[in-house]
Design a protein around this ligand. Sequence first.
Ligand SMILES: Nc1nc2c(c(=O)[nH]1)N[C@H]1C(S)=C(S)[C@@H](COP(=O)(O)OP(=O)(O)OC[C@H]3O[C@@H](n4cnc5c(=O)[nH]c(N)nc54)[C@H](O)[C@@H]3O)O[C@H]1N2
Ligand SMILES: Nc1nc2c(c(=O)[nH]1)N[C@H]1C(S)=C(S)[C@@H](COP(=O)(O)OP(=O)(O)OC[C@H]3O[C@@H](n4cnc5c(=O)[nH]c(N)nc54)[C@H](O)[C@@H]3O)O[C@H]1N2
Ligand SMILES: [Mo]
Length: 764
Amino acid sequence: MIKKTIAQPPEKFTGIEETQIPHSAVGFKAIKSALTHIADEVGIVKGVGLLAKLNQKDGFDCPGCAWPDPDEKRSFLAEYCENGAKAVAEEATKMRVSPMFFALNSVADLGTLSDYELGKKGRITNPMYLKEGATHYEEISWDNAFNLIGKTLNGLDSPDEAVFYTSGRTSNEAAYLYQLFARQYGTNNLPDCSNMCHESSGSALSETVGIGKGSVILDDFKHADLVIVMGQNPGTNHPRMLTALGETKANGGKIISVNPLPEVGLKNFIEPQNPLKWLGNGTDLSDLFLQVKINGDVALLKAILLLLLQKEQANPGKVFDHKFIVEQTSGYETLIADLRTYNLDELVAQTGLQFDEINEAAEMIANNEKIIVCWAMGLTQHKNGVDNIREVVNLLLLKGSIGKVGAGTCPVRGHSNVQGDRTMGIWEKMPEEFLAGLDAYFDFKSPRKHGYDVVKAIDAMHKKEARFFLGMGGNFNSATPDTEFTAEALRNCDLTVHISTKINRSHLVHGKEALILPCLGRTEIDKQASGEQFVTTENSMGVIAQSVGHLTPLSEYLKSETAIVAGIAKATLKNTKVDWDALAGNYDLIRDAVEATIPGFDKYNERVRVPGGFYLPNNARDNDFTPTHTGKANFTINELSDIVLDKGHYMMMSIRTHDQYNTTIYGLNDRYRGILNERRVVFMNQQDVDEAGLKKNDLIDLISHFEGQERLAEKFIVIPYSIPRGCTATYFPEANVLVPLKSVARISNQPTSKTVVISVRKSA
Ligand SMILES: Nc1nc2c(c(=O)[nH]1)N[C@H]1C(S)=C(S)[C@@H](COP(=O)(O)OP(=O)(O)OC[C@H]3O[C@@H](n4cnc5c(=O)[nH]c(N)nc54)[C@H](O)[C@@H]3O)O[C@H]1N2
Ligand SMILES: Nc1nc2c(c(=O)[nH]1)N[C@H]1C(S)=C(S)[C@@H](COP(=O)(O)OP(=O)(O)OC[C@H]3O[C@@H](n4cnc5c(=O)[nH]c(N)nc54)[C@H](O)[C@@H]3O)O[C@H]1N2
Ligand SMILES: [Mo]
């Protein structure tokens, strides 16, 4: 087994405490927690002023999740949530990581800190450089940093030896320039966090309904008869979604949640807007909770489809929308023929649920027409992640529940601009139409060979077929699977560069040489040659809106992401016809280029200046499925999960706590699951704990098994929890070392962070 290095967070035990799992999400405690983080990190006066600008039409887009803001009036308290406030606190912190800090702390010293401790050191103030063989980062000028990058890139044998990663906080303007630079340099190696996030959704939705994005808008939640929330924990990861679910309920709609865990946010919710309600009982959300086994969703959906078919036969024309099926879809007969080959009892057994529960869900679906299905990582991060979503689409198409008010697909995005970055061309395989548009406008020829996604990029760096890594945000070392393998891949590079706001583990796992380039955050004023700039983002429902920073930048040495890309491009590209200074000096010019090269951005500069922004076109929302390969919405045939657990093996999902933003650890509590002050825990079913001869709070090692290989993560505290037999849960990124790089979803090549087969043993 591979040796543990500083690529993994150290095993620091912080003194676990348990607390009662709360009855409701949000409410008074959430507001208190938000304000505590703001007061501690930013200071209360500045912090509250900042929150007043969060998600307001003249303010900045929350750097937290991609959940949309209401189109209509926005209330002061409602438009941010506890975790949005934490995201702001994290960025606007008073703490600084200066050149002095790096002089005092070697890379090895920093490696002994936990991710939580690293993050709390504060914002990076100056560009930093790690010489070959050096132990400490030292200050470097921007010009020297850009020249080093240019020299390294120009020294590679082929542009395909460079990898340009993007995390999803990058604005549309910076993302557009970044992909333009990568393509002018000569590669499509543009992997992004989306490869690990909603890639399965994009693959499934493009094929079935002709657009890789969701079809609903926020208002649809007010009109839905039924919302099904699958594999998602909105109470923690998209708290403002609870308001939308509350509206569904207030208007008489019903909610089904499908999750291996009884997540608090899906049970009950206390509105933050109305202080009079803070101490009340809140709104009950889920009408039916299906505690499915990890990876049991295809079986569950197939069982539901089979039951719907039976109900349709008993009551012809009452369950399926035949008009929609005939006019708008392709593959109905094949789907029905395939469904009939399944045995209901076998399907039910794979879900871990009772027949009656599934039948109740099928009844609710049969009796309602306007259905929204929401999902996130619980469906996408599996070997059959694409199948999960295609099966969701099968259900919606049978009901005609797409392309009309109150109905449709709702993949809930993660990073606040991950969807926009894709729209801007951050993808290793952008279609010909996009590339041709870029070529025509900028008068060059972009490469056509597909680039590396995240998994392929790691593999290429590991094989030394790629030797340069640039991260536009993110934390590549810690967010990706197979931590020690990925770390070796990064260490194989000649140069690793990170454009970051805060210090993270990827800065410590470096190539021969390394750079950290500090950038402005969304909360800060972005002043360029033509004056103060705003940037734009796209939320989960396709709204493009502006985001304006309000704080004075924390250091005079910070540059905007756009300016950094322009600096790198100028130092690298010899024959570019692009006026990089002009674009970086006035973001309106970037938006003009976007308008000219990407459909849906007509009058971009004008429309984005209207408060609230504008919607991008969405064929599925408009009930038009002609962009698919058949010209219709496609039913698909999907296979059941073929993973069979050996005796003593468990399925492990790696999930987020309530106090983290991906690899950024805000705090050590997972309040909604009753765990305080500790991250190294493993949730197990009580009967599994008993059968394994373990007890609560025992320390165990986790060993993952994949194609005859084993991977080890030591010392996790056993927590008996309400989770189906054979299922376990750990936190990301501590458990990433267990996720094998080659364990990926079919078609989308997305890492299977939620289907990891493990065994356990008592720690020595
Ligand atoms: N505060 C905060 N907000 C965030 C983030 C954050 O880290 N912190 N991250 C952002 C990002 S990038 C993303 S992608 C989203 C992530 O948002 P989520 O997808 O909600 O995040 P996860 O914690 O990965 O939770 C997945 C949920 O799926 C369930 N699940 C796991 N496996 C299965 C399964 O096989 N079937 C079913 N039905 N359910 C399953 C888990 O129990 C869990 O409730 O949140 C975004 N917002
Ligand atoms: N095991 C497991 N692994 C997972 C997941 C899982 O559920 N389980 N989820 C996956 C998912 S859904 C995702 S999206 C990825 C996330 O992968 P990434 O996006 O790569 O990771 P983050 O932790 O969000 O990145 C945090 C870093 O971004 C930098 N940063 C923050 N704000 C800014 C900014 O405004 N500009 C710039 N340039 N930098 C900034 C900071 O330095 C911070 O340390 O992880 C994936 N990995
Ligand atoms: Mo994500």
